[in-house]
Design a protein around this ligand. Structure first.
Ligand code: GLU
Length: 425
């Protein structure tokens, strides 16, 4: 059997192939030379499997899709509060290159140019390494390969960067930029000239989808709080003055770039990237939007559809052992707030009979922090009621199950052994 996913993705781009609406971005002269017919789509699962179709080996400049990565980099380096002092998080409802500031004289958000130029200026300096080069190295680590700059696109944009320079001077005037605005704007333009394919983009996006851990290497590259901040801002501000339309129709945190790329990241699920250079009046890829709308609809990816809890946290419950003195709970699925609440409600029905309670966690796929805290609190209460607690936790995801009252519980590798050992109890 071959998974049908590549066929499905090929079908999606075929369905969009004949749409020739939109125009190439020509305010950057080099981008006007792009082949307007290019079309590519890639998807990465949260565990790092990449599927791609169409012109998936073609490189194009990342442009504004660099903005969330720069934002992530400075948040990680400086902390969220320090970055918030310089750049807000309010959707602007304005064009990407609007010469504007919020009422508090900060750029409204890091996804429009004024905010992105500011975040570029916040990259902590390293001796002899430019901000753009620091970002190239950071994005290369996320992409799992050495990314390069497109010097022709960079030169071409720098020569005609009047509007971004105006933004830079405005930011310098109000003290948001603290050094030479020309250097900062040039650095920002260079960060936009990093070359990527759709496969690179989804690999980079998979680190966001996976809460900051690179699913290919298992290495944590970003804090969870940083990823949450970046994705929130992508959701509310990533599609410029079309952000509201995007939220209702696609509902996936995303960022577009004027070379024709769109990157979408659905936390805990997928990252998706489309590439097609013809743009609509907002500067977003026409066919890219169509592709994302289709994927969101077909695959039920809209964030607001939510994922209902599996409601099966307790897979089975039975009594065994001598005089049925062992009460066994086998758990399955993800232990977050909703499931932990269900579990505690079920455990609440245990009679106060000093019996031993066995909880098998070996089939739990993920224990969220809140799930862990609620679980350990429940266990403490069961012990207070006079029960003995025996856990099956082969991966020791409960840190050897020390409860907040510092009780070390009996932890076993598997349920069969445990039941065997307690047969006579
Ligand atoms: N380098 C482009 C600019 O600043 C990026 C804009 C975009 O991709 O939306 O104008």
């Amino acid at each position: 059997m071959k998974t049908p996913l590549p066929d499905y993705l090929a079908h999606v781009i075929d369905a969009c192939d004949t749409d020739n609406r939109g125009n190439l971005a020509d305010y950057i002269p080099e981008l006007a030379n792009a082949n307007p017919n290019r079309l590519a789509l890639a998807l990465s699962t949260v565990d790092g499997e990449i599927y791609s179709v169409g012109d998936d080996e073609i490189e194009f400049t990342i442009q504004s899709m660099s903005k969330p990565f720069t934002y992530a980099y400075v948040l990680q380096q400086l902390g969220i509060d320090a970055v918030l002092e310089k750049v807000g998080v309010e959707p602007s409802g304005e064009a990407f290159n609007e010469i504007s500031l919020g009422k508090d004289r900060r750029p409204k958000n890091p996804m429009i140019n004024s905010g992105a130029i500011t975040t570029h200026s916040l990259i902590p300096p390293k001796e002899d390494v430019s901000g753009a080069e620091i970002l190239r190295q950071f994005m290369s680590e996320l992409a799992g390969r050495e990314l390069q700059f497109d010097d022709a696109v960079y030169e071409s944009e720098v020569k005609t960067a009047y509007r971004n320079l105006s933004i830079g001077y405005m930011l310098r005037t109000v003290g948001i930029l603290e050094s030479n605005p020309v250097d900062i704007v040039n650095g920002y333009i260079r960060q936009c000239a990093i070359l990527v394919t759709v496969k690179d983009l989804v690999r980079m996006g998979s680190v966001f989808a996976n809460g900051g851990v690179d699913p290919k290497t298992g290495k944590r590259l970003l804090n969870r709080a940083v990823v949450r901040q970046v994705l929130s801002v992508m959701m509310s501000c990533g599609m410029y003055d079309a952000a509201g339309d995007w939220l209702t129709t696609v509902g996936i945190p995303a960022k577009s770039g004027v070379a024709g790329g769109i990157l979408g990241v659905l936390p805990g699920q997928v990252s998706i990237a489309a590439f097609s250079p013809r743009l609509d009046e907002h500067g977003n890829s026409v066919r890219g939007i169509d592709i994302m709308e289709r994927l969101s609809r077909d695959m039920g990816l809209h964030l607001m559809e939510g994922t209902p809890s599996a409601q099966t946290i307790v897979q089975s419950h039975y009594r065994t052992g001598k005089d049925a003195s062992l009460s066994v709970y086998v758990l399955r699925g993800v232990l977050k707030f909703t499931e932990a609440e269900m579990l505690l409600r079920t455990l609440q029905c245990e009679p106060d009979d000093n019996s031993s309670i066995v909880i098998d966690l070996s089939q739990i796929s993920l224990i969220h922090d809140v799930g862990k805290r609620m679980f350990l609190e429940g266990i403490d209460r069961l012990i207070d009621d006079g029960h003995s607690l025996l856990l099956v936790d082969p991966e020791q995801r409960l840190d050897n199950a020390r409860t907040h009252k510092d009780r070390v519980l009996h932890v076993y590798q598997n349920l069969e052994d445990l039941i065997e050992k307690h047969k006579e109890l």
